[in-house]
Write a protein that binds this ligand. Sequence first.
Ligand code: GDP
Length: 313
Amino acid sequence: MEKDSRIFIAGHRGLVGSRVLLNLQSKGYEHLITRGREELDLLDQRAVFDFFETEQIDYCIVAAAKVGGIIYNQNHQADFLYENLVTAANTLHASAMNGVKKLLFLGSSCIYPKMSPQPIKEEYLLTGPLEPTNEGYAIAKIAGLKMCEKYHEQYGKCFISVMPTNLYGPGDNFHPEHSHVIPGMMRRFHEAKCAGQDEVVIWGTGTPRREFLFIEDLAEAIHTLMLQYNEPSTINVGTGSDCSIMELAELMKKVVGFEGKISRDLSKPDGTPRKVLDVSKVRSLGWEPTHSLEEGLIKTYAWALENKALPKI
Ligand code: GDP
């Protein structure tokens, strides 16, 4: 990937895409191509094929996806399956047919089996049943990464797939129900602090364990992988360490400056008991995260306040 290559970032307004765009801009890439949904609907096969034919894209990063937290995902499985499947099929096939030199497709760690041994190695994919709360999303993402593999094998295309762990950071969605745990919780702690409440309720038992990666670290990893990784098999990107949801809540309480107590809503789903990736493969390329969870949360909270992503009370 050269500084004057034509690079298309699909999904440049999302959490991942927006940070990848900033990262590549800061490194001096000159031809970064983006399209908003109103200009190019990635579900429209004809439009996507026309776009790739006209724009002569050299490199493509597929960060476009329909994403959401555990409950929203669970209740919209058909939409998650359809939109993510068609987005992957359209962008990958159009890239293959129009001379794209390299493509990076983003999956997610939730594609691994629910009861996978931990830490999760790349080869554990498709070795057991999926977590039911996000099965639709996972099936679509698995199809995308299998497309990368098969286009590699059949057509010799350099299509790579990356499995990031749970992500968070500036640009996240802070919706109270649709969001993932970090922005969802941050909002609840912030609202409680501002309203002078003495209690914050978190979802589930607090015992599930998750690994969290700050979005700036992922953007840096994506750049490294675009330059150095060309294998058909997928590659995990994460910190390699996890914490319980209750430990996350305690840290969130400190970062936001809330002084009351934390209680649990046991009617909400826990999801997968533990999700931590084996990251030896990506580390062997020389990449490693530079933010601790606390540093990442501090930056995210500052961004949310500055950008009015959290409600004023
Ligand atoms: P998951 O990693 O696919 O399960 O997605 P989430 O990020 O939505 O949830 C992770 C864990 O955090 C689950 O066990 C949730 O029950 C728990 N959790 C606790 N409080 C919240 C919250 O406010 N929002 C969300 N989305 N999850 C929460």
